[in-house]
Design a protein around this ligand. Structure first.
Ligand code: ADP
Ligand code: MG
Length: 724
């Protein structure tokens, strides 16, 4: 990789900041934050009062949108966007590819007299019709009725994407088929929030808690990523096409010095981060934290948590902005879960809670006995949910790329368990035993007549090996992959929570029969029952250990190691019942999702396999043959002048070249396989193709370690990870 290396080095040496970074004395935080968002403030200023009021009701209280106000809103949006420099508008949606999709339409409309006017009607705001036939539908639509439409998501604000290359208005939308089936990630998220709200309200009512605002899920996703010099990527077809390295010998130095985490941020990277933050602030994304991550050239960006639907849109923006801004700094941002073998991959810890602005997090223990009891109910619901639907939760993060992380001693295992910490575990254990402790002790948490150890729980001892950990006022779901949408896991969590809250509310309603004085003992009984049945999902120990894997099996917790193991869960009777009961997915929608995700898995590995063959034949083999030729020529010359030098390197290269040729040959034979059954194909990819790919890689990586550096055109791990 000499050419790429020199280009990268010169990029670093010649790097000069192109403009001054954001500076809060020159630009006040309030001036930059949300400046490109059609925010509450903008709406209040620009919308007729009654229109504003009506829209607010829909946004905050979840009331039905009054279509008659759409024209007024559209008009205000258009004027605002054009003032900001926009020429086009786009309905932004999140198809099942996990990416962000946008189709642009100009505001310009001919006026029929040879001129043109800017136009944007309520109809255009409310509904768009992108050609849906090119998006995966998993059999939900036949091609002749390929039309789908995008529907304005009023609850998230419109915004401007401002760009040196063009500026346009973005309208968040849901993407559905003509027959009303969800074709995207947003629609089920909105449905799941409605289900969650309904069931949470029943519990709150029992506790005498009233709130006008609906209960929603909150999400705070911590986004990890790699940054490397862009020059390297142009010489690495695997990084360019697959987003990860399919070849590459280990670097002499990896992450073993533990000198990267929280280390000093390299200056070009800092400049990049500053610009990312400026862009995200303008879009109203409350990014807060940035730091180096564990692996070399790995970093993290985390926002302050927001309502789940908004946090999901914002996380998609974070991913887009990371990618686009990186290019401006001569860098490439890798969001793949495992770009480099042998060092940590990237995840996206999803901090999850439920609540609303009135109530805060319902996973917050609170200060009073009353609040404590309510907290225990919501917490017990979460424990029951993960125990009943752990396999589903696992399935929501299943992908070819995330399989490289889960269970690989850097990310949580594929076994879904709940970490509660010692104190909270103890509380639940005592309730389970029905033990009455001395009520004289001070500061103890009290539910009803029984006294329990004190809350709040100390979130201090964090267990990084748990997939689902209680961290004080929320759960942290750590199995999400860095490139994945956070919508899927939230849909599952909301549905699972709704189901458990429904179950608990029904019990409590029956036991109290409208008499609030019976609540405490009813709560006690229900939690006791729940723990007896479900506390085997609680595990506070080391999730990486062999013992846990054995123990989890004994406890009957599923361990779905790979994507083909996990995805079939989406259509099991329990999961179908869960989602259909709460109106979140129909059976057909679930089947289509399973099919689409399996297809994506197969296609990902097929693409990687094709790259492996191509790179082995056209890049690696030729480099080694040239080196072999040089060595052979040298041997021949030496022999000609009377030296009999037996060159072991030549033997070695020759043997490995033969090996490579053979392995690539048999790999190609394995690829000649095909079946119409997507699950069978996925299993074949998993069990046969992936290991064979590693066989080819192994010998290629050995060659990399002997072939002359100047002949090896693939940039090495060492240079990619350490030249920055
Ligand atoms: P750590 O790396 O220690 O886990 P970070 O500060 O990097 O913590 O990220 C924690 C994330 O959790 C942030 O996005 C934060 O806003 C979010 N968070 C905090 N409280 C809640 C809550 N109640 N619900 C959801 N997310 C939360
Ligand atoms: Mg963090």
């Amino acid at each position: 990789g000499i050419k790429a290396r020199l280009d990268a080095i010169s990029a670093i040496i010649n790097y000069k900041p192109s403009h001054a970074p954001l500076n809060f004395s020159e630009t006040k935080p309030t001036d930059v934050f949300g400046s490109n968002v059609f925010s509450d403030k903008v709406m209040r200023e620009r919308l007729p009062k009654d229109v504003y009021k009506s829209l607010k009701k829909t946004i905050e209280l979840g009331q039905k949108l009054d279509p008659s106000i759409a024209d007024a809103v559209a008009n205000a949006m258009k004027d605002w966007a054009i003032e900001k420099g926009a020429t086009h508008f786009t309905h932004v949606f999140f198809p099942l590819t996990g990416l962000t999709a946008e189709k642009h339409d100009a505001f310009l409309v001919p006026d029929g007299k040879g001129g043109a006017v800017a136009e944007f009607s309520g109809k255009m705001l409310i509904q768009g019709e992108p050609d849906a036939s090119s998006f995966p539908s998993g059999g939900l639509r036949t091609t002749f009725e390929a039309r789908g439409y995008t529907a304005w998501d009023v609850t998230n604000p419109a915004y401007i994407l401002e760009n040196p290359n063009g500026t346009f208005l973005c309208i968040p939308t849901a993407f559905v088929s003509w027959t009303g089936e969800a074709l995207d990630k947003k629609t089920p998220l909105l449905r799941s929030n409605q289900a969650l709200n309904k069931q949470a309200m029943r519990i709150l009512k029992l506790f005498g808690v009233t709130t006008k605002l609906p209960v929603v899920s909150y999400a705070g996703p911590e986004q990890e990523y790699f940054l490397i010099d862009r020059n390297f990527v142009f010489s690495r077809p695997d990084l360019l096409i697959a987003g990860r390295t399919l070849f590459g010998a280990k670097s002499a130095k990896g992450q073993e010095f533990e000198d990267q985490y929280f280390g000093v941020i390299p200056r070009r990277v800092l400049a990049f981060m500053m610009e990312v933050e400026r862009e995200l602030y303008k879009l109203g994304v409350p990014v807060k934290t940035r730091h180096n991550e564990v692996a070399p050239s790995q970093f993290e960006i985390a926002p302050i948590f927001e309502a789940g639907n908004l946090a999901t849109d914002h996380n998609q923006m974070v991913m887009t902005v990371l990618r686009t801004v990186a290019k401006r700094y001569g860098l490439i941002c890798l969001l793949h879960e495992k770009p480099f073998a042998g060092i940590n991959g990237s995840g996206k810890h999803l901090n999850y809670s439920i609540g609303n602005a009135d109530l805060g997090s319902l996973f917050d223990p609170g200060d009073t006995p009353h609040e404590n009891a309510q907290f225990l109910v919501f917490c017990a619901a979460a424990i029951r949910a993960v125990h009943k639907f752990g396999a589903l939760l696992r399935a929501t993060v299943a992908s070819a790329s995330n399989d490289h992380r889960l269970g690989a001693n850097e990310a949580p295992p594929a076994i879904m368990s709940v970490y509660l910490g010692e104190q909270l575990t103890d509380v639940f254990e005592q309730i389970k035993k029905g033990k009455v402790e001395s009520s004289k002790q001070k500061g103890l948490m009290n539910i009803g007549v029984d006294t329990l150890p004190p809350l709040p729980i100390d979130p201090g001892d964090r267990n990084r090996t748990s997939p689902f950990a209680f961290t004080g006022n929320r759960f942290e779901f750590r199995a999400v992959g860095s490139s994945q949408s956070i919508a899927g896991p939230q849909v599952a969590l909301n549905a699972m929570m709704a189901e458990s809250l429904d179950f608990i509310a029904t019990k409590l309603e029956a036991a109290t029969a409208g008499d609030p004085s019976k609540l405490n003992s009813a709560v006690q009984t229900v939690i006791q029952e729940l723990m007896k049945e479900h506390d085997s999902v609680v595990f506070n120990g080391d999730g990486y250990s062999e013992q846990w894997h054995a123990e989890a099996e004994k406890r009957g917790l599923p361990n779905l190691k790979t994507t083909p193991d996990a995805l079939p869960v989406l259509t099991t009777p329990e999961v179908v019942k869960l989602f259909t009961t709460y109106g979140i997915f129909s059976e057909a929608e679930l089947a289509s999702r399973k099919e689409i995700y399996l297809e994506q898995y197969v296609k990902t590995i097929q693409t990687e396999a094709a790259l492996v063959v191509r790179m082995a034949k056209t890049i690696i083999f030729p480099a080694a043959v040239r080196y072999q030729g040089e060595l052979a020529a040298t041997c021949a010359s030496l022999k000609a002048i009377g030296h009999d030098f037996k060159m072991t390197t030549l033997e070695c290269v020759t043997a490995k070249l033969r090996d490579l040729q053979e392995r690539v040959g048999s790999f190609e034979k394995l690829l000649e396989h095909s079946t119409d059954d997507t699950l069978a194909e996925a299993k074949y990819m998993c069990d046969t193709i992936l290991p064979a790919m590693l066989d080819v890689r192994a010998v290629a990586d050995e060659l990399e370690a002997v072939v002359a550096d100047d002949l090896w055109s693939l940039p090495s791990y060492q240079e990619m990870l350490f030249i920055r």
